[in-house]
Design a protein around this ligand. Sequence first.
Ligand code: BTN
Length: 331
Amino acid sequence: MTDLLLLLDYLSDGQFHSGEDLAVELGITRTAIWKKIQKLNAILPVKIISVHSKGYKIKNPLTVLNKNRILDYLPAEFHSQLNQLEVLLECTSTNQYLLECLEQNQLKNGVVLAETQTQGRGRRGRYWVSPFGSNIYMSLSWQMGISIAEMAGLSLVVAISVAKALQKFGIDDVMLKWPNDVYVDGRKLAGILLELRGESNSPCSAIIGIGVNVNMPEDMADKIDQPWIDMQQLLKKQVNRNKVAAMILNELIPRLQQFNKTGFSGFMNEWEQLDFLAGKVINIEGHMQLSEGVASGVDKQGALLVEYKGQVQALYSGEISIRPKNLIRHN
Ligand code: BTN
């Protein structure tokens, strides 16, 4: 853990901590503590105050992400498979961070989480709103046993894993909008950004970025350009972000191992149960020939099947929207 995160961890209980005690805990001088508090105050939305003879105190207590608490929720076999699990106070994008580690050959299988992202990336070049200490911004780098050409459908499998983890928290009505949006009641709860690296015929690396809205601050609402929901609104209670991160990894890692063996075809049943678009009349953007149709499930590659004028076409990419006022298919 970096000193800044450690300091924040001590202060997160909302109690006063003297500069002297903090200096002993971190093994640095009181002046160094003071400097780090200034740095934290430049990043945090909730300020740390200092009161003479009492010390430092954070205005609103918060639960910070913590590597050891995440590891506690993971089975021992995953500890040995992960070469790295890192929590950062701030980064541009957790996907970008792992891509750079990969380029420097510093990583095989690893996870990174950040308390905030300054340039969080969404699909299709969108920006992913990433306020401090509120949500999950996590990326997993995983060395696959197969090549990029065989990776079709992986992003759907990641979405299934996230949905299964959310169901374990009691969010039963979670659905997946092809290819990998995680929805509840037509509002986005989580998003996935998959980036692949590798030579054409050799095993590739997958950088799997997952953003989950856990407790989105109200003042962020107008920055998000689509209907959204967060876990706290759904569950009506505080959510432990360390547990959310671990539960997602618990669902995801075994599925990555299975994907190496079966590809997407091994996950078609799970997808069918979560398919939000099935039977709905949809509009399609970014496809030359097809602009509308009825969503009719997915094929063995994870491509969306769309029925139009009696013909079924497989769609490998495209932005899907549901046609308003005509949601359910009529035969
Ligand atoms: C989407 O547009 O639905 C995908 C959103 C993916 C966001 C996550 S947050 C962690 C990781 N780092 C990023 O910059 N993006 C992904």
